[in-house]
Design a binder for this molecule. Structure first.
Ligand SMILES: CC(C)(COP(=O)(O)OP(=O)(O)OC[C@H]1O[C@@H](n2cnc3c(N)ncnc32)[C@H](O)[C@@H]1OP(=O)(O)O)[C@@H](O)C(=O)NCCC(=O)NCCS
Length: 145
């Protein structure tokens, strides 16, 4: 993937899917894996959870298969699943360059910042404070479906 996944990450996702907590969407052709994303029905982010907005997480496409529309197809599928339950889909991206493609992709698809500012994990980032630029520093966005 270019990013390390902890061992057992997919088994854990399947277990959570069995419990009805998420939907794991996988892009495959025959037996070849191209990418995946998750729809988390009850987000850990209060801005989504309090409004009952499902969150798309963990969108990843194999580095050798990018820019062929697979990420867009996964988002189409995720938004379709969410639309059965909610008028809005939520998503978040990190702020450093590794997320650059995702930043452009989400904005292009009509996702807008949710208006609550930056968060570090689930906590709002306060003006004047210092935060490490890592995967926890996130801007959350919404799309009306
Ligand atoms: C983000 C990601 C899933 C996109 O997957 P993909 O299959 O390449 O996406 P698509 O082919 O559907 O691209 C759709 C749009 O995304 C944007 N995009 C994709 N790759 C891009 C790149 N390298 N640079 C800039 N924009 C890019 C473009 O707007 C593109 O539209 P265009 O082809 O009309 O210009 C993929 O780059 C990835 O796995 N990145 C690493 C993981 C990641 O950041 N995940 C998101 C977590 S929030």
């Amino acid at each position: 993937m270019g990013w390390t996944k902890p061992e057992g990450a997919f088994a854990a996702a399947l277990e959570r899917q069995t419990q009805g907590r998420l939907a794991l969407l996988v892009a495959i052709e025959e037996s070849t894996y191209f990418g995946h994303c998750k729809v988390v029905w009850r987000s850990a982010y209060p801005g989504f959870r309090e409004c009952g907005i499902p969150e798309i997480q963990d969108l990843n496409v194999r580095p050798d298969c990018r820019q062929r529309g697979i990420g867009s197809a996964l988002l189409d599928a995720a938004e379709g699943r969410i639309a059965e339950h909610s008028d809005f889909a939520g998503i978040g991206f990190g702020l450093y360059a590794d997320y650059g493609a995702a930043q452009r992709l989400y904005v292009k698809r009509g996702y807008l910042p949710d208006g609550r500012g930056l968060h570090y994990g689930a906590e709002p980032a306060a003006a004047g404070e210092s935060y490490r630029v890592d995967d926890n520093l996130v801007l959350y966005l919404l799309k009306r479906l």
